[in-house]
Every structure is written in C-alpha cells, then in structure tokens.
Design a protein around this ligand. Structure first.
Ligand code: ZN
Length: 604
C-alpha cells in the first residue's frame, strides 16, 4: 500500500494538545515546486458564504527540507511560500481549534472535529492530485478509546479507526468533515445505500430507533424524487454528523455527509408519547427538517451547482445570483419531504409553511431587495446581519422557499397537474448533477435558468420568474393557494395597537432590536438600541409592554421615554393598527387538492 502512495502529498494530523485545543499537522510534499512551493488555506468554507479567514488560527508554521529547517514566508493573509529547495518538503504547523460550529475546527479532551478548510493547506499547483490523510490517535490517556467517523475513503484504516484515508483531490479532501471521540451510532439503509447517524454529546434516553426510522423514510423519499427509475443515491455511504449541545442550531452540507448542531431537546426521547410532549415533538420536527435540508443539498448545490461554484475559488467571495434556487428551493423541499415521507401530517406541514410566510411578510426589506440581489450580496448582507437587515434585505431562504412554492403551484395549474417543480429538479439533476464528479464539472449559468425551466416544463415561465426573482413585488401566494384548495390568511391574536418594533428583553430591560421602516416607532424617531423606559409616564419593565399598550387604541398618541447612549429622551408615537402575529393555511372544504395533488404526492 505504501508503495503506491509514497509519491502522494500526505497530511498527517494529530490532536496533539487537546487541552490547549491544538492540532499538529505535517504536510509532506514529495515533489514540491523547487523554485519555492506556495501553500494556502481557504478563506471560506463552501456552503457558508462569509469570508472567515481560517488562517488566523494557524499559530505556528515551519518548513523542512531533508530534515533541515528552511525559510517560509507569508505572502498574504492566507498564503505562504517556502524558500527554493531540492527534494521532498515538509511543512509543520499548529492549528488552534476552539470553534464548535459546523464550519470550524474543535478540539478538547472529549472530542475533536474539523473541516479540512480549517486545517489542510492546499499545495498550489497540485490541488488536482490525490492525497493521503493520516488521522493519528492523540497521546493523551483520556483519548485512548476515541473513534473516528468521516466519509473520507479508508486507505489503510478500519471503519471508525485512526489510520490512513485518501482523497482524489483537494476539493474532495476538504469536503469530508471528521469527527473523533465518542458518539452514538445509528445505521440504516435507504434504497440499498448505507446511511449512518453519529451523535456526539450527552443525550439521555435517545430514541435512536425512531430517529433512524424517520430518517430512512426521508432519505428514501428524496432518492425517489431525483431518481424515480433506478432509485439510487449519488453516494455509496452517507453520514449525518450530529453535535448535540445545550444551545445551538445549524447545519452544513457536504458531498457525502452533513455536519449538524442541535440541542439535545431536538432529539427524540425513548418511552414518551408524542401527544404528551408537543414542544419536544415540535423541536424534533424542526431537527428532521434540518436533516432533510442538508440531505437535499447532496443533490442540489453539492452536485447541481451554480457556475460560480464550479469550481470554487476558496480565496475570495464567489458571487452568484442563484442562492434563491439553491437555498430557497432546498428550504421548500426540506419540509415538503417530511410530509411526503409521512413523518409529519398535513396540518403540521401547513403550519410550518404559514410560519415561513409570516417570516417573509414581517420584514419590509422584501420591498428593497430582489432575490437575485440578496443572493449576490449574501457575503456582506445575509451573513452579516445588523439592526437594519429587516428593513433592507430579503432572505433568499424564506422568500426563495415561497418562490419555489409559488412556482410549483403555477406549474401544476398551467400544466393541469401534468408537471410540477419536481420535473425541474429532476431535469437539473440529469443535466448538471448526476455526472458532476465523474465527468465535465459544469455549473448552471445564471443567464440560462429561465430557458432551462421552460424546457423542463414545456411552459413559458419568463415573465413569472422575472417578477419573482428580479422584482420586489409581493408574491401572489394567497391566490395560488386558493386555486389549489387552501386559504392563506394573516391573523392577529392580541389586538394590541402596534409600535412596529421587535424587542430584546433580558428579563428587566427592554431594548429595541429592530425598528421597522414606515411603522409608528420609526416615524416618531425611535431607533434600534434605544432602551425603553416608560409609556405616558408608566415604567416599562419585564414583558409588560403589551399590557401597557393594550389600554390604547390605534391612532392614540403616547409619550415614550427612552435612553439613547445614556441620555433620556422622549418621543411622541402615534400607535398603529394591530400587526399580524401569524399566518394560517387551511384546506378549503370541498376544494382540497383540486389541481395536481399538491402538496402531498410525489408526482412521479
Ligand atoms: Zn442550505
């Protein structure tokens, strides 16, 4: 085995100092550029569109040629060049790993986790070549029974063991996160493909059987959506890596795995009746939605990709106007797949969908930014939210999901139920996804999306897509849903006149987190960050604001005292009408599923 591989670049990574959160990496390059090898660390991680400067966590770096130390210079924030040398080269460096998010690298005496983007330098000029990864067991006593889980291919390692793994190129190397330590392992098969879920963290009485049963249904439904004939997943093995913590939520997609973070209360409990614990059930449904979302990405963004990501440029922002398609459509399908696979009921699905409508409708930024703009500016806006985000931006997740819904309903109506959004997804898969890692790696050109959608459905969708993606006009959701037998309506529970703000209250103090543009508080001069003191001389404390406001009518004028930068100020606010606090989507009796069987059936 070593004969074949001595010519390969090798990354030896040791969790060398768990209590100091340090990995030691030795990169051996048998045939470096003798004029001065350049190495680089990515500035961002695919799937999370923010420049993160992972190189800041490299705390020391040295280079050796034939055991002799040679000079290594830094060229820019994440690039180094080794002095000219002959023969093989070794670069040794230490990486600080104390980021427990799904995007980073983490190490303590209980577990290690890393994304290759954080720990593996790329060898410039050799990124297309295969490389070896040696995952080494830490020395410390408390790590002796650690196991590994990753979808990196084993080269000279047993499944779950430390040892040698292999990747075809740098792109693959950094697309298989590695978890090490102790984990609960569940296994299941979906359409004959091996699936695993590894859960790290303390989770008392986990109902692993229920979890794997539900995931089996979700994964099977998705495989059938993309490959209705041969029912084959695009991988030989898929792994859900779950870090269960006290507080946290999120996921990051990879080609054969996903890294997820959730709270332990999101995971099902053995021996509890669902009907007795509605809150736990709601959390669990949300967790299944997250699993479904990241799994859907295995096809949609890890293989079907925007042209801007094929290949990724890991050193700067990769702008695309298509995140509404890759994240928005994935957000539409994640919950829809739960319904179609039978792990949630229609009522649950409609409630989740109505929540998405509410989230879009409460942010006036949808009148400022189009979905194409929101996608393009993800790097500086969606991923760097501030107090004005709700006024100035629209989420390509939320509105993107609702565009997918509206498009699905439009296609079903126009084709009399013959076609649906599923046909577009399958066409994208066949054209761009299926052979992405096997042949010409080509992404979807943003100028050809409309033409592609037209071809896949046999419809002329240009005006509709222009309206939805390139304008800020309201989506015609209520009308479309009604045609399919569902009523969408805005609801107000509390009938309290509104200020048009979102509060942060820490138990005692109320601070304005967001002040919505065009609403009473903003028009009167209140601003994000203001600390509320009193309304008409009555103290605002705890969560008493609504109680105080409920004594007034819309149109009444009230004096609101606030502190801004420790100065007491007063503003006169004319109260607005009650704002919707949720939406509902309900079946219209006698009209249910009149066209095209939305939402439940797979149309294949
Ligand atoms: Zn996503």
């Amino acid at each position: 085995m070593t004969n074949i591989t001595t010519s390969l670049n090798t990354y030896r990574i040791v969790p060398s100092n768990p209590t100091a959160h340090l990995y030691r990496v030795t990169l051996s390059i048998p045939e470096p550029n003798h004029a001065g090898q350049i190495v680089q660390l990515p500035a961002w991680i695919p799937g999370s569109y923010l420049i993160r400067e992972f190189a800041k966590h490299i705390v020391s770096i040295e280079a050796f040629s034939k055991t002799k130390k040679i000079k290594i210079d830094k060229l820019d924030k994440h690039t180094w060049q080794v002095a000219p040398c002959s023969g093989p080269l070794q670069i040794e460096y230490e990486v600080y790993a104390w980021d427990s998010s799904v995007r980073g690298a983490y190490l303590d005496e209980r577990r290690g986790f890393f994304n290759g983007s954080c720990v593996f330098l790329s060898v410039v000029g050799q990124t297309h070549q295969p490389c070896l990864i040696e995952l080494c067991r830490p020395d410390s006593d408390f790590c002796q029974d650690w196991r590994i889980i990753t979808t990196l291919r084993e080269h000279d390692a047993k499944r779950y063991g430390f040892g040698q793994y292999i990747a075809d190129n740098y792109d693959e190397l950094i697309d298989h996160p590695v978890e090490m330590g102790h984990f609960i392992l569940g296994k299941f098969s979906a359409c004959g493909t091996e699936h695993e879920i590894a859960i790290t963290g303390v989770v008392p009485n986990l109902d692993l059987a229920r979890l794997t049963r539900d995931l089996t249904k979700i994964c099977t439904t998705q495989i059938k959506l993309f490959e209705p004939r041969n029912m084959q997943a695009p991988v030989e093995r898929y792994v859900f890596l779950v870090n269960a913590v006290g507080e946290g939520y999120g996921g990051l997609e990879h080609r054969a795995s996903t890294a997820l973070i959730c709270t332990r209360n999101d995971l099902p409990v053995q021996g509890k009746r669902a009907s007795d614990h509605p809150d736990l059930e709601k959390n669990y449904r949300q967790f299944l939605g997250l699993c479904s979302h990241e799994y859907f990405h295995m096809w949609h963004v890890k293989r079907i990709k925007p042209a801007a990501f094929a290949p990724y440029d890991l050193h700067r922002e990769n702008h695309t106007r298509l995140l509404w398609l890759f994240e928005g459509f994935t957000s539409y399908y994640d919950d829809l797949m739960l319904l179609r696979s039978g792990v949630i009921e229609l009522n649950d699905y409609l409630r989740i969908l109505a929540k998405t409508v509410f989230e879009m409708m409460r942010a006036p930024g949808r009148f400022k930014q189009t979905l194409a703009e929101s996608s393009f500016d993800a790097w500086i806006k969606y991923y760097r939210p501030d107090e004005n985000s709700a006024n100035s931006t629209v989420s390509y997740y939320t509105k993107g999901a609702l565009v997918a819904l509206a498009l699905d309903l439009t296609i079903r109506r126009a084709s009399h139920g013959e076609k649906s959004l599923d046909d577009i997804m399958r066409a994208l898969w066949q054209q761009f996804g299926r052979n992405f890692y096997h042949g010409e790696a080509c992404g979807l050109d943003e100028h050809h999306v409309t033409e592609f959608f037209n071809q896949a459905t046999g419809l002329k969708l240009d005006p509709w897509l222009n309206y939805a993606i390139d304008s800020t006009r309201e989506l015609p959701l209520a009308g479309l849903l009604e045609e399919h037998g569902f009523a969408l309506s805005a609801q107000t529970n509390n009938h309290i006149p509104s200020l048009g703000v979102r509060l942060n209250h820490n138990g005692v103090i109320n601070t304005l987190a967001q002040v919505y543009v065009g609403k009473p508080a903003q028009q009167a001069g209140l601003a994000a960050g203001d600390v509320l003191v009193a309304i008409d001389g009555l103290r605002i404390h705890g969560n008493i604001l609504d109680t105080l406001l409920s004594r007034y009518q819309p149109g009444d004028r009230v004096d609101i005292h606030i502190f801004r930068r420790d100065e007491l100020r007063v503003f006169q606010v004319k109260l607005g009408p009650p704002e919707p606090d949720h939406y509902t989507i309900t079946p219209i009796s006698g009209k249910l599923q009149s066209i095209g069987a939305w939402p439940a059936a797979l149309s294949s």
